[in-house]
Write a protein that binds this ligand. Sequence first.
Ligand code: DGT
Length: 229
Amino acid sequence: MCAILSIHVQFDHILVLYQFQVSIEGNIGCGKTTLLEYYKNSPNVEPIPEPVEQWTNVKGQNALGLLYKDPKRWSFSFNMYAQLTRIQMHKKQQKKPIKMLERSLYSTQYCFVENDFRKGTLNGLEHAIISEWFEWLLKSQQVQLDLIVYLRADPEVCYDRIRQRSRQEESCVPFELIEELHNLHEDWLVHESSFKSPAPVLVMDANNDYNVMKDIYEERRSDILCGYC
Ligand code: DGT
């Protein structure tokens, strides 16, 4: 499960770091950011939030906003950019034993790209290009995950949370999309019927309010942090 990623030799002592990569996965609005926030002050955790601010300002252009305004026109551009920023998250130098990622290269491919292809917002050529990039990145960049924490929430709950937080770009997200993404996460992480999971999956019921979720995060601290707590 764990990997020795670096051995630092410093004069007369050797420091061996065991480094884990944990990806927090789940539908839009399921509470991934909240989980990262909860653990961000743990001495062993390095949180890597997804770069939404970068997506809303690509040299002055709001890629996320354009994606929802006209998915057929912008899905290819957005997913290519998401793929780039995700590999940057995976490759970011880690100083602490646990790198906690908000999503991964895998959820871009297995949930968003897959859904866009099924819906026709990515055409066959666009899908082939993104998929080739994905395969190449997997082979060449050592995209390692040791654990996936799947925050499993009902689509209705996620949809309510999205409406409540009212991120401007997501004002027109249809419920249908949340249902489709829910099913894709389930197929991937629970049934493994669409794609194989790249790491063991810890499934957590994320339907509860924050106060209850906090208690659950505390109870499961050791499991979520691979024993480093
Ligand atoms: P949370 O904390 O569980 O509420 O998570 P969110 O909703 O802040 O983060 P996430 O990753 O579920 O989604 C942020 C927005 O970006 C959302 O509108 C969906 C979109 N998004 C994220 N990753 C991808 C991707 O790889 N491809 C596409 N097409 N959209 C993505």
